[in-house]
Design a protein around this ligand. Structure first.
Ligand code: NAD
Length: 503
């Protein structure tokens, strides 16, 4: 069935050199309001020539931008923080309109992006190098951090404001010029960000937005004037971006998909664990890379835990994200909703128990809704366990021991986030030592690190060797130069053909 089309479609274009650009490739994609199923807009898909124009503009802007003093850059980022904070609701409303997440969650997304802007307000400190006086007689050695040049970010649909902020804020603060290629599913927030950056005083051309699909991504990956690419999205595309970008000589960090486990030990506070499982499993309709997808119930924890989760499900209010009483919105597209719902057939067919069927509780209408769903008795061979479902379907795997739970987590190909619920500090400490996952929560279900640590998974959840934002973000967007210096001193001047000695 085709979605209804509103009479006035919003046309969403690019932002190049400090101005909106309509786009002239002739290729466009639809943008929907997921809560109603209506097509509300059309987004331009950039051509190779449009990408080239954006890169040339960014290259020119970079030359001036990198000369800005650190204190001037810090002043600018304080203004950026203030403007984004004042426009938090405008940004959040764009997210709800195109992604579908509830307004309070959208506002929380903007907040987590703001925290990274706040972090980079300290850019003078973050870019400090080191200095060794008298490394050899009359010789000093020091290191400096310099920007890479033009860098690009390619972002997913599920955090259309926050993930770009995780990239452009450190990249620009470090002195780079930035090209953002947002998700084509919810492209509007990036254009508002571009307007706000201009209003704050960022020079034209330092931040550019090119909308598009694979054509745009491929041109970014091969463009000789782009030095580095940050990517966040699904694992197959992350792998492709990493392999293609590094083959073209670029620095690449590519964050991929996830399958996050929440291990609940028999001694855990079951009510706390059930609250956490429901919040982390169904928040943002499960469309978070740090969402809990699998609850691993150990031993006697299983029955009370499944009971406590089940008891909470009817209270989760699913509806339009603009309705203040809604706690969970729709999925992003009809195709994605149908794919997520298919696990409610394949799960039971492969032996799982369907405890809650979200197809029965989804609001009526053409919106892309699926209610909260729970599968019990899931085993590692089932599709519901193996696939990243990325929707409001929580699976419960029952195991007998802690060791079995740990093995399950460590054998999973993904390694983004994991949570352990227990009252035993010794076991928790052993778990953090043993587990092969990049971000660990102890009685915390969604352990997204604060802005002054870095975010990133292990295994198939990240390709590259630098996590995003925090200190590793600064490392990613800079390269160091080591300078060895001596000032003329006629007394020590002599020719010496030997290898430099430090004594
Ligand atoms: P996606 O991989 O489909 O798209 C991500 C970006 O890649 C988009 O900008 C898209 O236009 C582009 N793209 C899509 N197909 C492409 C192709 N064939 N060639 C080149 N570029 C292509 O991901 P999505 O559906 O937008 O986002 C959801 C996924 O992102 C989930 O797997 C989720 O786990 C992951 N994610 C991971 C993190 C993390 O931190 N690890 C954070 C958020 C989302």
């Amino acid at each position: 069935m085709n979605a209804a089309v509103t009479t006035e479609l919003k046309l969403i274009g690019h932002w190049i050199g400090g101005e909106p650009v309509a786009g002239d490739s002739g290729r466009r994609g639809p943008v929907y309001n997921p809560a109603t199923g209506e097509q509300t807009g059309e987004v331009a898909f950039a051509s190779v020539e449009e990408i080239d124009r954006a890169v040339a503009t960014a290259r020119t802007a970079f030359a001036g931008w990198r000369t800005w003093s650190l204190s001037k850059r810090a002043d600018l980022f304080f203004r950026i923080y203030d403007l984004f904070d004042r426009h938090r609701d405008d940004l959040a409303r764009l997210l709800t309109a195109e992604h579908g997440k509830v307004l309070s969650d959208a506002s929380g997304e903007v907040q987590r992006g703001l925290e990274v802007i706040e972090y980079v307000c300290g850019i003078p400190t973050l870019l400090k190098g080191s200095f060794s006086e008298q490394a050899a007689t009359g010789i000093d050695v020091y290191s400096i951090r310099q920007p890479l040049g033009v860098v690009a970010g390619i972002t997913p649909f599920n955090f259309p404001a926050m993930v770009p902020m995780w990239m452009w804020a450190p990249a620009v603060a470090c002195g780079n010029a930035f090209i953002l290629k947002p998700s084509e599913k919810d492209p509007s927030a990036s254009l508002l960000a571009a307007e706000l950056l201009k209003e704050a005083g960022l020079p034209d051309g330092v931040f550019n937005v090119v909308q598009g699909d694979k054509v745009a991504v491929d041109r970014i990956l091969e463009h000789p004037d782009i030095a580095a690419v940050s990517f966040v999205g699904s694992t197959p595309i992350a792998r492709y971006v990493y392999e293609t970008g590094t083959r073209a000589g670029k620095r690449v960090q590519a964050l991929g998909g996830a399958k996050n486990h929440m291990v609940v030990l028999p001694d855990a506070d079951i009510d706390m664990a059930a609250d956490a499982a429901v919040s982390a499993g169904y928040g943002s309709a499960g469309e978070r890379c740090m969402a809990i997808s699998v609850v691993v119930a150990v031993g006697d924890a299983a029955d009370p835990l499944v009971g406590a989760i089940k008891e909470r499900l009817p209270k989760v209010k699913v509806g339009d994200g603009f309705d203040p009483s809604s706690e969970m919105g729709p999925l992003v597209t009809r195709e994605h909703r149908d794919k997520v719902a298919s696990y409610l057939d394949s799960g039971p067919a492969q032996g799982a128990t369907l405890v809650a069927d979200g197809r029965e509780t989804a609001p009526n209408g053409d919106g892309f809704f699926l209610g909260v769903s729970l599968l019990d008795d899931v085993t590692p061979d089932m599709d519901a366990y193996r696939d990243e479902i990325f929707g409001p379907v929580l699976s419960v795997v029952r195991v007998d021991t802690y060791d079995e739970a740990l093995r399950l987590v460590n054998e999973n190909p993904y390694g983004n986030g994991v949570a352990l619920f227990t009252r035993d500090g010794g076991v928790a400490r052993q778990f953090q030592f043993d587990v092969n996952v990049g971000m660990v929560g102890i009685n915390v279900p969604i352990p997204v690190p604060v802005a002054y640590y870095s975010f990133g998974g292990w295994k198939s959840s990240l390709f590259g060797d630098r996590h995003i934002y925090g200190p590793e973000g600064i490392d990613f967007y800079t390269r160091t130069k080591a300078v060895t210096s001596r000032w003329p001193d006629p007394k020590t001047s002599k020719v010496d053909l030997g290898f430099p000695q430090t004594r």
